[in-house]
Design a protein around this ligand. Sequence first.
Ligand SMILES: [Zn+2]
Length: 247
Amino acid sequence: MIKIERGRPPKNTAIDKRREKELRKIRKLAKSRELKSGDFENLWSNPKVKDFLYESQHGKCCYCERKRDKRESDVEHFRPKAEVKEAGEDHQGYWWLAYSWENLLIACKTCNQEYKKSKFPLKDEGKRAYTEDCDLGEEEPFLINPLEENPELLIDYDLRETRLMAKAIGRCERGEKTVNELTGINDRRVMEERADKLKDYRICAYLKNNGSDELKLEADDRLREYVSPSSEFSGFARFYFQKEGCL
Ligand SMILES: [Zn+2]
């Protein structure tokens, strides 16, 4: 997981044009009954919207950093839009953020549909925002927000494990929950893909530290590619190469 740097969203998208109207509809519905995902017009799947999100994340999941085809990638609501598991029936979801750019990310189906779902635990449930007038800044979410903070300061990896588990630096609770409960970062399939990449990293680090001048240069090129934000598992790559003294 890495910090996502993205530029300004495009203008005049379906989201910009229809946000207010859709929110009026949802606001009214929320007063009369529980909301369901199907109540929302999924403007976030509009090509211009999804393309921007997908391309600014280089086609990678915002959590596990695996690349997936666009159609295998979900538009993820960081704060769930229609319900919040931890808050139960009292909460209608963060419906007012359903069409907010800063609440939209791209996630793989494993992370979104098998782990994150409608979870959004807070350190203090009493500070949860229930309406659009509440101050979200009061909330202290456990899930690390890759748009706002640098996950690499909270997460590293256990290289002794054959499956390369991600772990929380200093056992911090936010890191623990993010890698083990709220995302698929430590899903078996994701760990296997990470372990596969490590084989290439190991060769690269060996050549960089022990190869001829020519091989060192080649290893440098490869290393730059591995740690680039556009590459899969670049956060893990940075962790590994720093540990090996290559960065
Ligand atoms: Zn993922």
